[in-house]
Design a protein around this ligand. Structure first.
Ligand SMILES: Nc1nc(=O)c2c([nH]1)NC[C@@H]1CN(c3ccc(C(=O)N[C@@H](CCC(=O)O)C(=O)O)cc3)CN21
Ligand SMILES: O=c1ccn([C@H]2C[C@H](O)[C@@H](COP(=O)(O)O)O2)c(=O)[nH]1
Length: 295
């Protein structure tokens, strides 16, 4: 994962300092591409300790077409909690509850409780656009899989989470917005390129790389290919100011050999994977590094 560390170094050296929506401030470059050969190993960062479980749960949640944090909260995945909480804080039902109290309430109530339906919802984010684009019944994932199997050399293997019609209703407009897949000439390999309009290089990017590497492997398995390459194309690649020190610490660490992804080979449909079908082996890493998430 030298590529990742090189990107961090490049942003620190060549980026421009800019204000941003969250008020934290970033150093940023516009346009950066990295490539990860998935045959070498699974690109889970080794220069800080990471956990695949929240990443895999989030991906399964997208694939289900779900947009309510209840599914993640029930599985103790915390990464999306701040955004619905911000909406709740602005509502008439808010009476000073902390983020932890808000999340506990979502967890203990049933999924069909009006509070969960209202305040756990992120709007028509990734899952909705992937499975039911613009609420018009277009299931982009099913179309993609059909195309990869039956028309491998198509140049139209696209999935878009960016929907200009609904973007205003989303808690956060999609960052990893546009995907394209590519089958090799010998029909052996599947590659994936992601266009990410905005990238929090320290916190978000390691998640995004692992998530799409996992999705590529899952798609390859169910379509009869092997995963080859993940190409990560970023628009605004930034490091938040309060992450500079941890990023420098990370750059000083020597990358370790990559781990291997293990998928249950019995699974033949993308929609049948569960968390128990996904694991990694031989993951070695340096210690944890912490950074605040800018909301
Ligand atoms: N500023 C910002 N950065 C992001 O990366 C980001 C957003 N906002 N908003 C939406 C999602 C949520 N994502 C997140 C949010 C938090 C973590 C995070 O805190 N990661 C910790 C571990 C968290 C855990 O395992 O529970 C880390 O150390 O990687 C990662 C991705 C990615 N996205
Ligand atoms: O998967 C994700 C989701 C979000 N991010 C980061 C990128 C930005 O730092 C924020 C989003 O803020 P915008 O003002 O909407 O760009 O979240 C990420 O890196 N990966």
């Amino acid at each position: 994962m030298k590529q990742y560390l090189e990107m961090c170094q490049y942003i620190l050296e060549h980026g421009e300092d800019r204000d941003d929506r969250t008020g934290t401030g970033t150093r940023s470059v516009f346009g950066y591409q990295t490539r990860y050969d998935l045959r070498v190993g699974f690109p889970l960062l080794t220069t800080k300790k990471m956990f695949l479980r929240p990443i895999a749960e989030e991906l399964l949640w997208f694939i289900k077409g779900d947009t309510n944090i209840k599914y993640l909260v029930d599985r103790n995945v915390k990464i999306w909690n701040e955004w619905p909480y911000e909406n709740f804080k602005k509502s008439e039902d808010f009476h000073g509850e902390s983020l932890e109290e808000f999340v506990a309430k979502i967890k203990e109530l049933p999924a069909d409780d009006p509070f969960v339906l209202k305040y756990g919802e992120l709007g028509p984010v990734y899952g909705r656009q992937w499975r039911n684009f613009n609420e018009q019944g277009v299931d982009q994932l099913s179309i993609l899989i059909d195309g990869l199997k039956n028309n491998p050399f198509s140049r139209r293997h696209i999935v878009s989470a960016w929907n200009p019609v609904e973007v205003d209703q989303m808690a956060l407009p999609p960052c990893h917005a546009f995907l394209q897949f590519y089958v090799s000439a010998d029909k052996k390999y599947l590659s994936c390129q992601l266009y990410q309009r905005s990238a929090d290089t320290f916190l978000g990017v390691p998640f995004n790389i692992a998530s799409y590497a996992l999705m590529t492997a899952m798609l390859a398995q169910v379509c009869g290919y092997e995963a080859k390459e993940f190409i990560h194309t970023i628009g605004d690649a930034h490091i938040y100011k309060d992450h500079f020190d941890v990023v420098k610490e990370q750059i000083s660490r020597e990358p370790l050999p990559l781990c291997q992804l293990k998928l249950n080979p019995e699974i033949k449909s993308l929609f049948d994977f569960t968390i128990d079908d996904i694991s990694i082996e031989n993951y070695q890493s340096h210690g944890r590094l912490y950074g605040k998430v800018s909301v």
